[in-house]
Write a protein that binds this ligand. Structure first.
Ligand code: SAM
Ligand code: SF4
Length: 375
């Protein structure tokens, strides 16, 4: 099992170790410390046997696959309204190539796959990819979607093997929803949630990115929504991964504030346990009516238990959302050199930094934004 050693927080804006009745101890946020290790020594080859493990003992068994960087929406925290440029189609991995990486990853211990993007349902034939991945033996096959076209695909996706879905929905007020997500329609998304549940994609998770002054007055409404529907609402902190580069800490609503506001109205108790690898800290309502999650990537980083690896739509392995470290596998795939794909997977994990450095003054937003990496 991976070591779950947590280190004290550092940096001028590091969050205090909170007095909350919950909360992971923040990991030390240092990219430079890691660089110091490697810059003075010869790069160390990854182990050639055993699971995908990094030099801090974290075992990686969760692969996020971005199938496209395109999207039918333009959420304010993700993409500009105009001027976004997208990958040429020839740069995208084919389904054969994605399945080949997944198969190698499976043989190295990956158990969970999440399809994402951009908007994954923009990729033609996605159901076929789900079936291919199911055929490789993945029992946990999830997708994150804006749900604009989910209703018409939900049944086929489940029949093909999809087991879970996260639907993004940042407001329960129609006008505001459309203004945050630009081009989106709340009614379409709420209908898609109903359909997804009808075909068995339950419990549904609902992703809410909170933006100060935009939708933070809906925290209690979303908690009520979770209590009334049984859907697990996950409040996500705004991360410096927008394509515009306009992230501002002042817009971020800390997970702690969400907890305090919801807890004051409907007492909560933690569901997460020490060593949990899921990014969300989970809480259930004490009266038994539902659950919420907090994804506090900025103020309460979960790097110490991170088990994720990402594959971008154009075939780069990415070991962290917040690091520009990318290992291209496309050439190896097109040479049918799967040993090299396995080596790249191992090395990408082995070289992972101990934590992201969002709270360090030296932090620079990654060159590729959330929709290009695959959130
Ligand atoms: N298009 C799909 C969707 O919106 O669900 C999947 C891809 S999207 C990049 C994955 C998740 O990332 C969504 O829940 C979205 O709200 C979230 N996201 C995008 N940009 C973000 C940012 N700057 N900070 C925090 N979350 C973000
Ligand atoms: Fe598209 Fe998802 Fe980004 Fe919104 S968050 S613009 S739906 S990729």
């Amino acid at each position: 099992m991976a070591s779950r050693e947590h280190l004290p927080a550092s940096g001028p804006e590091a969050p205090p170790t909170s007095s909350l009745p919950f909360g992971r101890v923040p990991v030390k946020l240092s990219v430079r410390e890691h660089l110091n290790v490697t810059s003075t020594t010869t790069p160390e080859p990854a182990p050639t046997q055993g699971p995908l493990i990094d030099r801090y003992g974290r075992i990686h068994d969760d692969l996020r696959i971005s199938v496209t960087d395109r999207c039918n929406l333009r959420c304010v925290y993700c993409m500009p309204l105009e001027g976004m440029s997208f990958l040429p189609h020839g740069d995208l991995l084919s389904f054969d190539e994605i399945a080949a990486v997944a198969e190698v990853a499976r043989d190295l211990g990956v158990r969970s796959i999440r399809l994402t993007g951009g908007e994954p349902l923009m990729r033609a034939g996605l159901v076929d990819l789900v079936a291919r991945l199911k055929g490789l033996g993945f029992e946990d096959l999830a997708m994150t979607t804006n749900a604009m076209t989910l209703a018409s695909h939900a049944r086929a996706l489940v029949d093909a093997g999809l087991t879970r879905v996260n639907v993004s929905c940042d407001s329960l007020r129609a006008e505001r929803f459309s203004s945050i997500r630009r081009r989106g329609d709340l009614a379409v998304v709420l209908h898609a949630m109903d359909v997804a549940e009808e075909v068995g994609l339950a419990p549904l998770k609902v992703n809410v990115v909170l933006l100060r002054g935009e939708n933070d007055d809906e925290i209690e409404d979303f908690a009520t929504f979770a209590r009334d529907t049984g859907r697990v609402v996950r409040f996500i902190e705004f991360m410096p991964l927008d394509a515009q580069g306009s992230w501002d800490r002042a817009q971020l609503v800390p997970g702690r504030e969400v907890f305090e506001r919801v807890h004051a109205r409907w007492p909560l108790e933690p569901l997460s346990r020490e060593g949990d690898v899921a990014p969300a800290e989970r809480f259930r309502f004490l009266d038994g009516r539902g659950e919420i999650g907090l994804i506090s990537s900025v103020t309460q980083p979960f790097c110490g238990t991170c088990n994720r690896l990402r594959l971008t739509a154009d075939g780069d392995l990415r070991n962290c959302l917040f690091s520009d470290d990318e290992r291209p596998v496309r050439d190896a795939l097109r040479r049918h050199d799967l040993d090299e794909v396995a080596r790249l997977l191992r090395q990408a994990v082995w070289d992972k930094y101990p934590g992201h450095a969002i709270n360090d003054p030296s932090f620079l937003s990654p060159a590729r934004s959330m929709s290009m990496i695959g959130g």
